[in-house]
Design a binder for this molecule. Structure first.
Ligand SMILES: Cc1cc2nc3c(=O)[nH]c(=O)nc-3n(C[C@H](O)[C@H](O)[C@H](O)COP(=O)(O)OP(=O)(O)OC[C@H]3O[C@@H](n4cnc5c(N)ncnc54)[C@H](O)[C@@H]3O)c2cc1C
Length: 287
């Protein structure tokens, strides 16, 4: 099918964009188009106006900021994969992006688009949750910040008003050396995950775990931080027993079911993938 008719707008600045969003009704923002174009063609989305933000150069950047890494909403997934600052401060994002679609889709798809599309099985919100990301939203009323933990209001529904746009994301990257791991199970490489798990681990001078973060995608409408397991690990040994015990926390998760995949299967995947992601993170933390 072809997309329904709509008026096309291509603002060149964030001011022009927020001006349009403040005046137009029934608008969709076009970023990489990797999810929106199929939704238009299948008539899941029937906007009167499409606002293409590809020509807003100010939305495409990766910058080191105090306490983290700020990424422009229009930064392509492929750009992030090859960015030296991301490699240095958030290598787990690079590892996660290798699971996202294909080179062709990553060359168009954007980090901001993924965080607005909010597929529950997407790797990118999962990494954003791992880093306690802040999302920067702009509209006619000005800018506001939303924590990733408040960003998902429901199934594929971000906490953003129709007259607002996501303009940037700040990942609260970790200071000092740490290990990372991202593991996923999908039916075919390039498909969305059935379940994915990311982990960050820092070790102290005695080899004990000084800090841990675990985030799981595909089990709920939003990425789930396994805070109980993080607390269990912190201050303890970085050995196989501790990792296995922490991963067992995932077995208690309330997981969604659908026609193909049961909640029980998702729970088993979450447990195994958490263990593998933690194992990788500990090995990397040891150097
Ligand atoms: C074959 C294929 C395989 C894929 N596999 C995966 C995968 O394994 N994992 C994965 O995570 N993704 C996957 N994707 C999706 C891909 O990552 C998309 O790029 C992503 O979901 C949406 O990003 P986009 O930039 O293309 O956004 P678009 O498709 O342009 O937009 C998506 C939605 O977000 C809104 N939006 C976009 N940007 C903004 C903004 N700045 N402010 C407000 N709203 C905005 C749009 O209006 C639209 O509703 C796949 C896509 C394809 C085609």
């Amino acid at each position: 099918m072809k997309a329904p008719p709509f008026a096309y707008h291509d603002p060149r600045s964030v001011e022009e964009l927020t001006g349009l969003l403040g005046t137009l009704e029934n608008v969709r923002i076009l970023a990489g188009g990797q999810s929106l174009m199929p939704m238009l063609n299948m008539r899941y989305s029937m906007p009167d106006h499409v606002v293409d933000i590809n020509r807003i150069a100010d939305l495409d950047y990766v910058r080191r900021v105090e306490g983290g890494l700020r990424i422009g909403a229009m930064t392509r997934q492929r750009t992030l994969e090859r960015d030296p600052l991301v490699a240095q401060y958030a290598p787990v994002l690079v590892e996660a992006l290798h699971w996202v679609g294909h080179v062709q889709t990553r060359s168009r798809g954007t980090f901001g688009g993924s965080l607005c599309h909010l597929d529950p099985a997407s790797e990118q919100p999962c990494v954003a949750a791992l880093f306690d990301a802040t999302l920067h939203v702009a509209g006619a009323r000005g800018e506001r910040d939303v924590s990733i933990h408040d960003w998902v209001l429901g199934y594929m529904t971000p906490a953003i008003e129709p007259d607002e746009a996501l303009v940037g994301i700040t990942l609260r990257t970790w200071d000092g050396p740490h290990g990372y791991g991202f593991e996923e199970f999908a039916r075919r490489h390039g498909d969305y995950a059935i379940v994915a798990a990311g982990a960050l681990v820092a070790l102290d001078g005695a080899g004990k775990i000084s800090r841990a973060a675990i985030s799981i995608a595909g089990v709920d409408v939003k990425p789930i931080r396994l805070t109980e397991a993080e607390t269990m690990l912190t201050g303890g040994p970085a050995d196989a027993g501790a990792i296995a015990a922490a991963a067992e926390v995932a077995r208690g998760l309330e997981c969604m079911s659908d026609a193909q995949i049961s909640g029980d299967y998702r729970r088993r995947l979450a447990t195994t993938l958490t263990r593998r992601a933690l194992d990788k993170a500990v090995k990397r933390a040891r150097g």
